[in-house]
Design a protein around this ligand. Structure first.
Ligand SMILES: C[S@@+](CC[C@H](N)C(=O)[O-])C[C@H]1O[C@@H](n2cnc3c(N)ncnc32)[C@H](O)[C@@H]1O
Length: 374
């Protein structure tokens, strides 16, 4: 019993600490550039909200404040979470910026969130940028679930952030409920969450243009213990010090970008059988309990197959909704057939959803060509 609760506490603490991963400027810029390439006016005259931020040092705030004029923003709002509410209990020292401000309040510095807004050239130097940000303490702690932050969400046109990782599902629900455009960082595995997949299937949410499957580096609080291999990888990417890297981060967004309108270039089934090493080895298995073929890699999707295909979730990196239709995900399927697909030897003592000849494999999503081509 004790062991279980200790592990539970440890897990909660570990997750809470992962909530303090700070996004790099370059990663934000790359993703925003993809939206801007598709539509140079995507942010024009818009109110942008950056919730779950730490505006005094956040690269999200820095990016949008610096580019306020260039992007033609109407208003930028950025909010932070009160230090005393952060479950990670990371010791908090107010920044010099806050301490030196006439608005500094000893009582509020730990228990209240902050709000930074930018609308005009406050300094009168002829440009609108970081120097013109105005700040105050929030009434509450800045929890995205509070009425205070919900009202800001409802005021905004576009919401952009990297939310606390441990609250991904709740945050995702919060953001889609707003029915506003958004971009948020998350983990690739979230694609198959029952809270997320229906939005992807319905083409209301998609993966961003960048980061998919490549390393994303995050700054961590001083003293945070980073696994040596992650530290090493972050260093190789030029980030030395308090940094870590995650290999499975991606953006979830409802903002258009060009990557999702580039059709995949594919071989026919016969060509794959001749030239694709994976297919030469395993062929295209038909599931025993569902009318579809198993396609183990995205590059092996046959261009001329008219039926349903089970593909790995990494397919979504390359998904063009004009080329394919997504029919479902086995994991959250209500159909007992789909919940566990298999071919050949069926091992019952596993909870893995896909079995090919007794070998467990990752979840599949089911797709079909809109127009198969030979
Ligand atoms: C992954 S960090 C990212 C911070 C910043 N957006 C960035 O990308 O650099 C998530 C932030 O959300 C804060 N946070 C945790 N729980 C929160 C909540 N319930 N409401 C608002 N913010 C929260 C964390 O303390 C942390 O500062």
């Amino acid at each position: 019993m004790t062991k279980v609760s200790l592990n539970h506490n440890f897990d909660a603490a570990r997750k809470a600490k992962n909530d303090e991963f700070y996004t790099q400027y370059h990663d934000i810029e790359k993703e925003m550039n993809a939206y801007l390439e598709f539509n140079p006016d995507v942010f024009r005259d818009k109110t942008i909200l950056l919730p779950c931020d730490d505006p005094e040092w956040s690269n999200f705030t820095k990016y949008f404040a610096q580019k306020f004029t260039e992007l033609g923003l109407k208003k930028l709002i950025s909010t932070s979470y009160a230090p005393s509410s952060k479950p990670s209990q990371i010791p908090y020292q107010p920044t010099l910026f806050e301490l030196d401000s006439p608005d500094f309040d000893e009582a509020k510095t730990q228990s209240n969130g902050k709000i930074f807004t930018l609308t005009q050239d406050k300094t009168g130097d002829g440009v609108i940028n970081v120097e013109d940000l105005q700040w105050s303490y929030l009434e509450g702690d800045g929890d995205f679930r509070s009425a205070e932050i919900r009202a800001l969400r409802d005021e905004a046109d576009i919401i952009i952030t990297n939310p606390p990782f441990s609250m991904f599902r709740e945050f995702f629900g919060w953001i889609v409920n707003a029915k506003k455009d958004f971009a948020m960082i998350g983990n690739m595995n979230a694609i198959t969450y029952k809270e997320v997949f229906p939005f992807i299937q319905a083409n209301k949410v998609w993966l961003g243009a960048t980061g998919n499957g490549s390393d994303m580096v995050f700054r961590v609080p001083e003293g945070f213990v980073v696994a040596p291999k992650d530290k090493e990888k972050a260093e190789k990417l030029g980030y030395v010090g308090d940094y870590t890297r995650l290999g499975n981060s991606c953006w979830f967004t409802s903002i258009e970008h060009g990557r999702r309108h580039e059709p995949l270039s594919l071989m026919t089934m016969e060509e794959n059988k001749k030239f694709n090493k994976t297919i030469q080895a395993v062929g295209y298995a038909e599931y025993d309990n569902y009318v579809a073929i198993e396609v183990p890699r995205t590059d092996a999707i046959p261009s001329d197959y008219e039926g349903v295909m089970g593909v790995p979730i990494s397919f979504l990196h390359k998904y063009d909704p004009e080329q394919f239709e997504i029919l479902g995900s086995q994991r959250w399927s209500k159909s007992p057939d789909l919940a566990r697909i298999y071919r050949g030897k069926k091992t019952l003592d596993t909870d893995k959803a896909t079995l090919i000849n007794g070998k467990e494999t990752y979840d599949r999503i089911f797709i079909r060509h809109r127009k198969p081509s030979s």
